[in-house]
Design a protein around this ligand. Structure first.
Ligand code: 5AD
Ligand code: SF4
Length: 486
C-alpha cells in the first residue's frame, strides 16, 4: 500500500473547500437565524477521539457549533471495528436518522472511522441507509472538507475509501480539543504487527511515524498554549521511528518531550511488550513530568496462545518487563488488555492467564471476550471456543481482576498524592475529579477552610495535593490539602 505525504498544495485545496463550505453554512445560518450545529459520535480508542477532534476542528472552521444533541445539522459517526458489537451499535443508531433526515432535508450525515475500511459495511450503508452523505476511511481524514463539498455539490453520496495511507502534518490541521487541559498527540499511524485477532492493520494501514521535529514543535506550542496533559498516541508507540530510518526512536522522543517545560503529565499508549525497551522505563523513572503508569497489553498468559496470536513475546519476557517496571517505579501502576476465549484456548491456557494476572497484580485491565473479525487470520482458525465457556472464563477473570483493582486502590489510602484536576465529578456538584500520576481516578472534596474561590471549571488542569481517605472498587476518595500551582 503506498504511503503518501500530504503536500502543502493538497492542503491549499482543502483550505479552498473549507472556505466554500464556510460560505454555505453561513448562508444556512442566516436563513435559519441560528448558528448551524454539529455532533460527532465517537466509538473506540483514543486515536478515534483524536481523529474526531480534527473533524471538529474542520467543522468549527466552517462556522458550525458543537452540540450534545444528536439531532444536529451535521452528524458524524466515527466508527470502530475492533469488536463485533460496535458494528451493531452503528447500524442501530444510524437507523433513526432516516426519519430525522426526512424532517430536515439539509441535515448532513457522515460515517467514517475504521469500519469504513470494510467493503461489506460500505455496501450495507449504500443499500440500507442511502440517506448518508459521505463516507471516508481514517487515512483520508484530511480530505473531509473536499469530500463534503463534493457531496453537497452533487447531492449524492461521496465515498473516499482508498488503498493509500496518507500521512498529513497534524500541525497543518485545526484541532478542536475536547478538554482545555489535555491534548491528544498522535505520533504515528497504523500498525505492522498483524496480531492474528486484530483488524487494526487492515483498517489503519501500515506504520507511518510523524516527523520528529514536527511533533516537538507541536508539543512546544501546546505547552505555550497552557496544556498540562499530553497523550502521545499510536497503536504501537515503541516502534516509533523505525520507518524513518531508525535515527530517532521512541525513547528519544519521550525524553525530548519530557524536557519541554510546562507539562504536568506526559502519557503514552499503547506499548507493545515486544518493543518496549528498558530505556523507556528508565526515562519514565527519571523525568517527573512523565506519568508513572504503563499500559502494557498482555492479551494472554499462555505461550502457546501468544504464539498463535502472533504476539512475538513469551510469558517470561512479559513478566520480566512487568517486574522491571515495578522495581524501577515502585509507586507506579500497570494496566493491561486481556482477551478471553481466543480460538484454541484450553483451560490450562486460561489458567496461565489467571496466574500471570495474579503475578503482575495489574492495577487495572481492559478485558475482552474474543470476537471473530472477518479478514483476520484467527477468524479462520478452526477451534473457536463456545460462548458459554468464554463467558464462564471471562467472569472468573473479572472476579480476580476486580479484586486487584480494589487492592490497588486500597494501597493509596492514607497517602497524599498529586492529582491533576479534571473538573467536577459526574456525581455531585461539590465533588471534583482527577487522576494521580499513576492514573488512579480520584474523587475529592475541597474543605472550606482552604478558601479556594475558583470554580471547578476554573480548576481544570491544576495540580492539587489530595489526601486519600477511602478506596472504592474503581476509584479512590480524598480531601484536597492544597493546590500546587498557587
Ligand atoms: N476480539 C477481542 N478483543 C480484541 N482486541 C482487539 N481485537 C480483538 C478481537 N478480535 C482487544 C485487544 C487490544 C484491544 C484494544 O482490543 O486486547 O489490545
Ligand atoms: Fe492490533 Fe496487535 Fe497492532 Fe495492537 S499491535 S493494533 S493488537 S495488530
Amino acid at each position: 500500500m503506498p504511503i503518501i505525504k500530504v503536500t502543502e498544495e493538497d492542503f491549499k485545496k482543502v483550505d479552498l473547500a473549507v472556505s466554500r463550505l464556510t460560505e454555505y453554512f453561513n448562508a444556512g445560518a442566516m436563513e435559519l437565524r441560528r448558528p448551524l450545529t454539529y455532533h460527532i459520535k465517537t466509538y473506540g480508542c483514543q486515536l478515534n477521539e483524536s481523529d474526531s477532534e480534527k473533524i471538529a476542528g474542520y467543522l468549527e472552521e466552517m462556522g458550525l457549533v458543537e452540540t450534545d444533541d444528536d439531532k444536529a445539522d451535521v452528524v458524524f459517526f466515527n466508527t470502530c471495528s475492533i469488536r463485533e458489537n460496535a458494528d451493531d451499535r452503528l447500524f442501530g443508531n444510524l437507523g433513526v436518522y432516516k426519519s430525522l433526515k426526512k424532517q430536515n432535508r439539509k441535515m448532513i450525515i457522515a460515517v467514517c472511522g475504521c469500519m469504513m475500511k470494510v467493503q461489506k459495511n460500505i455496501d450495507k450503508i449504500k443499500k440500507s441507509y442511502p440517506f448518508v452523505d459521505l463516507i471516508f476511511d481514517p487515512q483520508q481524514l484530511h480530505l473531509m472538507p473536499i469530500l463534503l463539498l463534493k457531496s453537497l455539490d452533487t447531492r449524492k453520496l461521496a465515498v473516499e475509501v482508498e488503498d493509500i495511507d496518507y500521512i498529513a502534518d497534524d500541525n497543518r490541521m485545526h484541532v478542536a480539543r475536547k478538554r482545555r487541559f489535555r491534548a491528544l498527540v498522535p505520533i504515528m499511524y497504523g500498525c505492522n504487527n498483524f496480531c492474528t485477532y486484530c483488524i487494526v492493520p487492515f483498517s489503519r494501514g501500515r506504520e507511518r511515524s510523524r516527523d520528529f521535529d514536527e511533533i516537538i514543535s507541536q508539543m512546544k506550542s501546546l505547552a505555550k498554549e497552557g496544556y498540562k496533559e499530553v497523550m502521545l498516541l499510536g497503536q504501537n508507540v515503541n516502534s516509533y521511528g523505525k520507518d524513518l530510518g531508525g535515527d530517532k526512536t521512541f525513547p528519544d522522543l519521550l525524553e525530548a518531550c519530557a524536557k519541554i517545560e510546562g507539562f504536568s503529565r506526559i502519557r503514552f499508549m499503547t506499548s507493545h511488550p515486544k518493543d518496549l525497551s528498558d530505556k523507556v522505563i528508565d526515562i519514565m523513572a527519571r523525568y517527573d513530568s512523565i506519568e508513572t503508569h504503563l499500559h502494557l497489553p498482555c492479551q494472554s498468559g499462555s505461550d502457546s496462545v501468544l504464539k498463535r496470536m502472533n504476539r512475538h513475546y513469551t510469558r517470561e519476557q512479559f513478566l520480566r518487563t512487568a517486574h522491571l517496571f515495578r522495581e524501577k517505579i515502585p509507586e507506579g501502576s500497570i494496566s493491561t488488555d486481556i482477551i478471553v476465549g481466543f480460538p484454541g484456548e484450553t483451560e490450562e491456557d486460561f489458567e496461565d492467564t489467571l496466574s500471570l494476572v495474579k503475578e503482575c497484580r495489574f492495577d487495572s485491565a481492559f478485558t475482552f471476550q474474543y470476537s471473530k473479525r472477518p479478514g483476520t487470520k484467527a477468524a479462520e482458525f478452526e477451534d473457536q471456543i463456545p460462548q458459554e465457556v468464554v463467558t464462564e472464563r471471562f467472569n472468573r477473570l473479572l472476579e480476580i481482576q476486580n479484586a486487584l483493582v480494589f487492592e490497588s486502590n486500597k494501597n493509596l489510602v492514607g497517602k497524599t498524592m498529586e492529582v491533576l484536576i479534571e473538573g467536577q465529578s459526574g456525581t455531585a456538584a461539590d465533588i471534583l475529579t482527577g487522576r494521580t500520576k499513576c492514573n488512579h481516578l480520584v474523587n475529592f472534596t475541597i474543605p472550606s477552610e482552604l478558601n479556594i474561590t475558583k470554580t471547578s471549571d476554573e480548576l481544570e488542569g491544576y495540580l492539587g495535593m489530595v489526601r486519600i481517605t477511602a478506596a472504592k472498587p474503581y476509584s479512590v476518595e480524598g480531601i484536597l490539602e492544597c493546590l500546587k500551582d498557587e
